[in-house]
Write a new protein. Structure first.
Ligand SMILES: Nc1ncnc2c1ncn2[C@@H]1O[C@H](COP(=O)(O)OP(=O)(O)OP(=O)(O)O)[C@@H](O)[C@H]1O
Ligand SMILES: O=P(O)(O)OC[C@H]1O[C@H](OP(=O)(O)OP(=O)(O)O)[C@H](O)[C@@H]1O
Length: 224
């Protein structure tokens, strides 16, 4: 029996149910809208759990679930050495979002990452502390800034409403997921750097601990 987990709410859950239906497997909640158990029809030996998208990487990593749907951003952020822990089975074509670095739109002299690196150096000298970047994507942001030789900054943890931290004076810049760009615009922020830190989408992952034959049989059933 393979254990599958999908996001427990919102558009991600609905689009996930639609994707499986298009591949001949019907997923549904087993009880009320509040119940986090699920039902599977159309394939044998598969059980369904509804979990927080943010917790699915950890459950895959621990081998407590065999298959999971979540964003590539969350897997890369939350699982060190993710390639040795999970296998990417199928990008699913929804949940597209870019992880980006953004600064106040009014920073006219900051258009490139090189400008940002220079501003960060000057900031430290002028203020006596490092420029603050609010984010929940610590691992990905650190790796990306290091690859671009930006060193004079500190990360400030923000688990939500991250774009508000600049106006609230708890950070000078942010790194967060964007799709329509509305939240950045509404908070007077502009994106720096092209391409983005990461382009994410909802993806079906298998735990490396899962039974490979059972996973291969399911993939055939899904037509993948
Ligand atoms: N505006 C958006 N458009 C598209 N995808 C998004 C957007 N915001 C977040 N996502 C994606 O949705 C996935 C889930 O994100 P989110 O952080 O909301 O989950 P979560 O915090 O684990 O949910 P929960 O509140 O259940 O804990 C991530 O992979 C993320 O990339
Ligand atoms: O570019 P947009 O289409 O405006 O979308 C971006 C927003 O969506 C996500 O927030 P979410 O609604 O998941 O809430 P959060 O602040 O708790 O992360 C993300 O963190 C951004 O804030």
């Amino acid at each position: 029996m393979l254990k599958l987990a999908v996001p427990s709410k919102g558009r991600l859950m609905e689009q996930c149910f639609d994707w499986f239906a298009d591949h001949g497997v019907r997923l549904s909640r087993s009880g009320s809208d509040r119940e986090y158990a699920g039902r599977v029809e159309g394939v044998e030996n598969l059980s369904l759990q509804l979990l927080s998208a943010g917790e699915i990487p950890r459950e895959l990593g621990a081998g407590r679930i065999d298959l999971g749907v979540t964003g590539t951003d969350l897997v890369r952020e939350k699982l060190a050495g993710w390639r040795s822990v999970v296998t990417e089975l199928a990008p699913m074509g929804f949940g597209h979002a870019d992880l980006v670095l953004a600064v106040p739109a009014g920073w006219r002299d900051c258009e490139t990452l090189d400008d940002f690196a220079a501003i960060a150096r000057d900031f430290r000298r002028a203020h006596g502390f490092r420029l603050r970047i609010a984010t929940k994507y610590h691992r990905l942001v650190r790796a990306w800034l290091s690859a671009h030789e930006v060193a004079d900054y500190q990360l400030v943890d923000s688990q939500g409403a991250t774009e508000g931290t600049v106006a609230n004076l708890t950070a000078e810049a942010i790194a967060d997921i964007t799709s329509s760009g509305e939240t950045l615009r509404a908070n007077h922020l502009k994106i720096l750097g092209e391409p983005p830190i990461l382009q994410s989408q909802a993806t079906l992952f298998a735990s490396r601990a899962a039974n490979a034959d059972e996973v291969a049989a399911l993939m055939r059933k899904l037509g993948l």
